[in-house]
Design a protein around this ligand. Structure first.
Ligand code: HEC
Length: 125
C-alpha cells in the first residue's frame, strides 16, 4: 500500500515537472502561449469567443468593425468559419490576410483550441 502511494506521488511530481518543462519550451517557441491551456473539447462561449475578444475584437466588433468583419457573436463568427477565412487568416495561410493584424501570430495552443472546436462541429456551445 505504501509503495503504491509512493509510486503515485513520484508519478504526480514528475508529471508536474514535465508539464512545467513543456510550457517553458512552448513559451520560447510561441511567446504568450504559457497563458493558454490546451482544451480537449473546446466550447464556443468558454474557449473560442474569449480568445477572439482578447486578440481580435478591439478591431472586429462595434458599429464599424475592421474589414466589415464582426467576430463578437456565434452567427457572425460562423460566416468566417464557413468561408475558411477565420482559420486561413489565423494560420496566416497564403491567400488570406494574416491575423491578428500588426501583431504576432497566435500561439499554436490557441490556434489548436479554435481548430478543435471547428473539427468537432463548430457548435454554439
Ligand atoms: C488591429 C486591428 C485588427 C486585429 C487585432 C485583427 N484584425 Fe482581422 N482584419 C483587420 C482589417 C483592417 C481587415 C481587413 C483587411 C485588411 O485591411 O488588412 C481584417 C480582415 C480580417 C479577415 C478577412 C481576411 C481575409 O483574407 O479575407 C478575417 C477572417 C479576420 N480579419 C480575422 C481576424 C481574427 C481571427 C483576428 C484575431 C486573431 C483578427 N482578425 C485581428 C484588422 C484587425
Amino acid at each position: 500500500m505504501k509503495r503504491i502511494v509512493m509510486a503515485s506521488l513520484v508519478g504526480l511530481v514528475s508529471a508536474g515537472l514535465l508539464t512545467a518543462c513543456y510550457y517553458d519550451k512552448e513559451e520560447i517557441l510561441y511567446p504568450g502561449s504559457a497563458n493558454c491551456t490546451p482544451v480537449e473539447a473546446p466550447a464556443f462561449n468558454t474557449d473560442v469567443l474569449p480568445l477572439l475578444e482578447k486578440k481580435c475584437n478591439n478591431c472586429h466588433s462595434g458599429s464599424f468593425p475592421s474589414g466589415g468583419i464582426s467576430l463578437d457573436s456565434f452567427a457572425e463568427v460562423m460566416k468566417y468559419v464557413n468561408n475558411g477565412s477565420l482559420m486561413g487568416s489565423i494560420n496566416q495561410s497564403s491567400g488570406y490576410v494574416a491575423m491578428p493584424k500588426n501583431a504576432g501570430k497566435m500561439p499554436a495552443c490557441e490556434v489548436a483550441n479554435i481548430q478543435k472546436w471547428i473539427d468537432s462541429g463548430a457548435s454554439n456551445n
